[in-house]
Design a protein around this ligand. Structure first.
Ligand SMILES: *Cc1c(COP(=O)(O)O)cnc(C)c1O
Length: 299
């Protein structure tokens, strides 16, 4: 359905009580020939499929997801801004069984819809203040890789406290002293010519942007080390004048981190001022999205 519409849900709908919901976030960009093209929609389709499986929801078939996304993009092509703006696409899946007695079982039916919105450029180059949380986890181990609203709700209190106490912009979750991610973005250290980032695990969200950066790392002149990163090592790495730290996600691609706050102490990130390599990543990914540089097959 194109245009504004309201959802009408029975008050006993599964999602409203038992949290059976997940979503995706991707973008479509205007190309030099005037057409509008999505970036890596298959990877988002695959991630929603796996989120749905973990939530015991009927997963939208990959082909259906891709067709609905491309239909939404076509229907909204005329409101898609010129670069650096784009069309933000939010596929959403809800458990719709109308049975308040179904607390102990999955919803057998689901509603899958797509919300779109024209957006401007998020990347501002301004650097973030990140509070490191080593005690409370962002979510539970079995739901870390699921793009579900409950994970965000769980992080809200921790984020509020970090904002109030340290004027932090985000919280970096590092349960047991090992870095995972922030509330809504992945974490990468650009330690001179090496990207250091935690290995994929069920504990955190497998960002498509993270994967994009690692895939094109060589072209950008980086080596990649996917390995456990302790907070102790992170604070050491951050000191070097050649270290930059970024958060990655669809909204901004990369957002530079300027300050880490650990146990009340502030640690400035050595290379945050110039953010030279952060900008290089931003430029290459943006130009692939906008059809100005070649992108790998299937993106
Ligand atoms: C969506 C999301 C990300 C970023 O994923 P992208 O695919 O790069 O946009 C990272 N962490 C969390 C918790 C997320 O929900």
């Amino acid at each position: 359905m194109v245009g504004t519409s309201e959802l009408v849900l029975h008050p006993g709908t599964h999602v409203l009580h038992y949290g059976s919901a997940c979503f995706e976030g991707l973008k479509a960009h205007r190309q030099p020939d005037g057409s509008v093209r999505t970036f890596r929609s298959r990877s988002h389709a695959e991630r929603m499929y796996s989120s749905a499986e973990r939530l015991m929801l009927p997963p939208p078939p990959i082909a259906l997801f891709e067709r609905m996304v491309s239909d939404s993009v076509a229907a909204n092509a005329d409101i898609t801004p010129e670069p650096p703006g784009s069309l933000y696409i939010r596929p959403t899946l809800l458990g719709t069984e109308q049975n308040i007695g179904a607390a102990a079982r999955a919803s057998n039916t689901a509603l899958f819809y797509i919300l779109t919105s024209p957006v401007g450029q998020y990347f501002s180059g301004g650097s973030l203040r990140l509070a490191i949380e080593t005690k409370l986890p962002r979510t539970t181990p079995q739901f870390g890789m699921v793009k579900t609203g409950a994970n965000y709700a769980m992080a809200l209190g921790v984020l509020k406290e970090a904002k109030d106490r340290y004027a932090a912009d985000q919280v970096l979750f590092a349960p047991d002293g090992y870095v995972e991610e922030t509330g809504a973005a992945n974490f990468l250290v650009l330690a001179d010519k090496t990207i250091v980032t935690p290995p994929l695990s069920d504990g955190y969200l497998h960002g498509v942007t993270r994967n994009t950066i690692l895939t094109i790392a060589e072209e950008l002149g980086f080596d990649v080390e996917e390995r456990p990163l302790s907070v102790t090592e992170l604070l050491e790495l951050a000191e070097a004048p050649t270290t930059e730290i970024v958060l990655s996600g669809t909204a901004a691609i990369v957002a530079p981190v300027g300050t880490l706050i650990h146990e009340g102490a502030e640690h400035a990130v050595g290379g945050a001022e110039t953010a030279e390599r952060t900008t290089k990543i931003q430029k290459l990914v943006t130009s692939m999205q906008q059809g100005l540089s070649e992108r790998p097959e299937g993106w």
